[in-house]
Design a protein around this ligand. Structure first.
Ligand SMILES: Cc1cc2nc3c(=O)[nH]c(=O)nc-3n(C[C@H](O)[C@H](O)[C@H](O)COP(=O)(O)O)c2cc1C
Length: 186
């Protein structure tokens, strides 16, 4: 596959499609290593990742589901979402908490942008290995520190679910790039 193919065939693949197959630790390490090669202003490398595997996935799912229940008004609470939230971590081979520790010498948006670049590297690395994955951003990320100790100033900005999967992926859809680009030639 060329880099163009990898970029355009990358899709969000959800745990419902994951199969019961471990991702070798060596593969996860390669994917993380690729994240570490993302661009970063002043080379601050603000990303911090917490890799959940094995029994810790059940604890993570319990935290996410319980947090949803405790922080959702009764009239908005959906039992289906609660159950799905509890199960989807355990259905994954691995979930990586996407965290960042912004360097105070830079505007925070730059550190967020660099961390997102690192996540895109992981996403493309997974796609190239036929590993399904997606970035999930529930409101519980703001309280992740109550479940897992974070450094001073460190924050969680999502969860990266990963698993080998069954079935086909959608071809995806995008509006034409021409609507979003202005060429300035003269
Ligand atoms: C920062 C970020 C946060 C996301 N959060 C969620 C999420 O909470 N739930 C979800 O279903 N998808 C989430 N996604 C995945 C998008 O839904 C998905 O990328 C989008 O639908 C485009 O589909 P594609 O990635 O297959 O092309 C997130 C993606 C990004 C970049």
């Amino acid at each position: 596959m060329t880099i163009d193919d990898i970029i355009r065939q990358r899709r969000a693949v959800f745990p419902a499609q994951y199969i019961d197959q471990e991702i070798p630790e060596s593969e996860i390490k390669q994917i993380l290593e690729n994240a570490n090669w993302a661009p970063t202003h002043k080379k601050t490398q603000p990303w911090r990742f917490k890799v959940f595997r094995g029994p810790s996935l059940v604890r993570l799912g319990d935290f996410l589901a319980d947090w949803y229940k405790e922080n959702t008004p009764a009239e908005k609470f959906k039992e289906i979402k609660f159950n799905k939230t509890r199960k989807k971590a355990a259905k994954s081979a691995c979930v990586i908490a996407i965290c960042m520790k912004p360097d105070p010498s830079l505007p925070e948006w730059e550190e967020l942008a660099a961390t997102a670049c690192a996540v895109q590297n992981m996403w493309l690395s997974c796609s190239a290995r036929d590993i399904g994955c997606y970035w999930s951003s529930p409101k519980s990320i703001y309280d992740f520190g109550s479940f897992f100790p974070l450094d001073q100033g460190e924050k969680c900005i999502g969860f990266f679910y990963m698993g080998y999967y069954d079935g086909n992926l959608t071809s995806g859809e995008r509006n034409p790039m021409s609507e979003r680009v202005v060429w300035v030639d003269k």
